[in-house]
Design a protein around this ligand. Structure first.
Ligand code: PGA
Length: 264
């Protein structure tokens, strides 16, 4: 039986005092039981303060991105051993925003290349995280145009195979996937729960084909994209959805607490 996992992706929000207040509120509201695992992913600048504030609680801290080299002349980058040192246990990889795929384009099209993460860099990041015993949360998902063209499953299979190229099943001890349809992220347009579960099931089947059923059955597959307290119970009760990756609603302690409790 897979334990449900609920992860807050704070994106580029909150300075340190706000970040600490948010987790202090969460600790008061969420009595994390053994039935659910909870983590928050603040921006790099608040990871240390949040890790400190969460010491002794069951809520873990993660990062939103990582560079694959351990150290060196890579200005502006942060490595997996640095994340571990700061108190992280997990890291989001391949989010549609870092891949430069936005549900509703709010930035200048000329600037999209700045976020140019590819299946190859996602693969290198996953290898670095696994090597340093940090759990990757690999995000996969289709754009609206890809869905409308009937390519959803092919896009996701390609993302999975690219991200995990050369990763042996013995290295996949702690690994999870988040199905995040790009058109559902930050739009309020949640994916139908049955369809989300179907895609999560397809992801598990693909992983079973790449590895074996036992390995695939041990991997948590989350849903992300406009998860809120009002829809999380329905999503988390689907057979193939093992929790959620929550953006906007994770900045509201009441809503995030409701989401976590609905996973129990
Ligand atoms: P959202 O974001 O919950 O605000 O849609 C989810 C995510 O980007 O991980």
């Amino acid at each position: 039986m897979r334990k449900k996992l609920v992860v807050g992706n704070w994106k580029m929000n909150l300075i340190q005092p706000q970040a600490v207040s948010l987790v202090e509120a969460l600790v008061r509201k969420i009595a994390v039981t053994d039935a659910v695992e909870v983590a928050v992913c603040p921006p790099y600048t608040s990871i240390g303060a949040v890790a400190q504030a969460l010491k002794g609680t069951k809520i873990s801290v993660g990062a939103q991105n990582v560079f694959w080299k351990d150290s060196g002349a890579f200005t502006g980058c942060v490595s997996a051993p640095m994340l571990a040192d700061a108190g992280c246990k997990l890291c989001i990889v391949g989010h549609s925003e870092t891949r430069g795929r936005f549900g509703k384009l709010e930035i200048d099209a000329d600037d999209v290349g700045y976020f140019a993460e590819t299946d190859k860099t996602v693969n290198q990041k996953i290898k670095a995280l696994l090597y340093h015993s940090l759990m990757p949360i690999l995000c996969v998902g289709e754009t609206l145009a890809e869905r409308e063209a009937g390519n959803t499953d092919d896009v996701i299979r390609r993302q999975l195979e690219g991200a995990l190229a050369g990763v042996d099943c013995s290295e996949l001890g702690c690994f999870s996937v988040a199905y995040e349809p790009v058109w559902a992220i930050g739009t309020g347009q949640v994916c139908d729960s049955k369809e989300a579960s179907r895609v999560c099931g397809m992801i598990r089947k693909t992983l079973a084909g790449m590895y074996d059923q036992e390995t695939a059955d041990a991997i948590r597959i989350l849903y992300g994209g406009s998860v809120k307290g009002s829809n999380s119970k329905e999503l988390f009760s689907q057979p193939d959805i093992d929790g959620g990756l929550v953006g906007g609603a994770s900045l509201d302690p009441d809503d995030f607490a409701t989401i976590v409790l609905s996973a129990v």
